[in-house]
Design a binder for this molecule. Structure first.
Ligand code: ADP
Length: 228
């Protein structure tokens, strides 16, 4: 599902954030990406949804060659790769319904199909009763659930999450994890960067540890492995 070979990312200011990184992630896997601050986790993740372009190497996700695709094809890639952020990134002037529906409308789905699917995913995240509410009227946990609904509404093959529980208390963090587990159980590959050692050590999955732009550990059902 995700193939990286000798991938390198050098930012315009000269910082090399990812060095000769090779990794393969199969369909349906759940992978935690861990490592100290500044290690390259966010860059690794940004390369996967083409927020950043690799400087060198081979990078393939689903049927897309991320080195070769043109900028105008990136919206097609984003149908296959949903993204969830630490700070939710919901559109503040749109309701819960509109935030989720928008992701389908921009790719030209028919209104009837949009309505059915949006209600389906909002039901899945337990927020069907909040369709008319604005993001500012929701708790952090609820906002993250909306952002997950938005990320999965087009049934992507891969869901990328950059610190999805970073702004949440433990109770809401577990709720988000339960939801990601359900998404994964439906066959979606999940790649999640996290600093949450309790989650990583409790809900065991493959752990990829990055330090200094390189993978220094890749363990099935691994541990968090840091003190922070
Ligand atoms: P992490 O997510 O593990 O904290 P990042 O991927 O954000 O790590 O950063 C890896 C390295 O790349 C750091 O040295 C950081 O300062 C640098 N970096 C990240 N983003 C940029 C950018 N847009 N321009 C230049 N350097 C960057």
């Amino acid at each position: 599902m995700i193939e990286m070979q000798d991938v390198m990312k050098k930012y315009p200011n000269g910082t090399t954030a990812i060095r000769n990184l090779t990794v393969s992630i199969g369909q349906g896997e759940f992978v935690y990406v861990v490592g100290p601050s500044g290690a390259g986790k966010s860059t690794f993740i940004k390369l996967m949804y083409r927020e950043e372009k690799a400087t060198k190497g081979i990078l393939k996700i689903a049927d897309y060659d991320l080195i070769k695709i043109k900028n105008r094809e990136v919206s097609n890639l984003r149908r296959e790769v949903g993204v969830v952020f630490q700070d939710y990134k919901l559109l503040p002037k749109k309701t819960v319904y509109e935030n989720v529906a928008y992701a389908m409308q921009v790719i030209g789905k028919k209104p009837r199909e949009v309505k059915k699917r949006v209600m389906e995913v909002l039901d899945m995240v337990g927020l069907k009763h909040k369709v008319r509410v604005f993001p500012s009227e929701l708790s952090g946990g609820e906002q993250q659930r909306v952002s997950i609904a938005r990320a999965i509404v087009n049934t992507p093959k891969v869901l990328i999450a950059d610190e999805p529980t970073g702004n949440l208390d433990p109770e809401n963090s577990w709720e988000i994890m339960k939801l990601l587990e359900r998404v994964n159980a439906q066959g979606t590959t999940i790649v999640m960067a996290t600093h949450n050692s309790t989650i990583v050590n409790t809900i065991r999955h493959r752990v990829i540890a990055i330090e200094n732009g390189r993978i220094i550990r890749d363990q099935a059902e691994g541990e968090y492995g840091y003190d922070d």
